[in-house]
Design a protein around this ligand. Sequence first.
Ligand code: FE2
Length: 260
Amino acid sequence: MTKILWLSDLHYRDLGDVQGHNPRIRLEAAIAHINEHHNDAAFVVITGDMADNEQSYSALAKQLDTFSIPVLPLTGNHDSRDALRKSRPLPNNCMDDFVQYFVELPSFAVICLDTKKEGSDCGEFCAARRAWLCETLADLGDKPAYLFMHHPPMTLGLPMQDLLMMQSGDQFLDMIGWYKNVKHLFLGHVHRPTAGTIGGLPYATIGAVSYQAPAPNPRWDWDSFSPAKEAPQYGVIDIWNGHVTLQYTQFCNYETGVHS
Ligand SMILES: [Fe+2]
């Protein structure tokens, strides 16, 4: 059995808060919990929105260095792709112009996709990234592939956030449908745990390390947005013989790092 840890949406800042939450305290709590309970994991994947501004990446890198297991970062709409690339070592197979790469293990592969669209909070998946993914999936043959990415390629029924998904997500889903070795999507961006299937393919989203989005009802919009008073979480993913389990795990209470 192989264990993978999953975090999302750190929204790290070297100074100050984000939506009334201290992102440094939240990340510190997550790392301490993981180091205590999951030293046996292969690595931790962080599905984007690593930092909120360019000057925060060096401080973030120092804090990520306190993980006892390797860290695989992804880029989200809030990230600077260049700053992220400079701040963290990335696998040798990473694309030159994107934060897109894969890690191959004996019985499966984890593929980290770059869905950032410059100058937009929506995501995209351009021709270069599509070609890389098709080649990678074809090269893996029958080996199962688990895809991690920031922007969901479909709507999820969440207010406002459904306006900020990957553009042309249907084309992306059609494309990965050609490859029977794609087994699961793990998606960031929405700051809320959901799970389901799309065209028969299982997917999951996860709550943020930073602040949580409210539930769909009562309806809300950006003018009335206020983070949900819910505790943050990370995911523990166990994979063996094609079997996948995801345990959503609370690592601190809601009040940790919250300025009321
Ligand atoms: Fe986010």
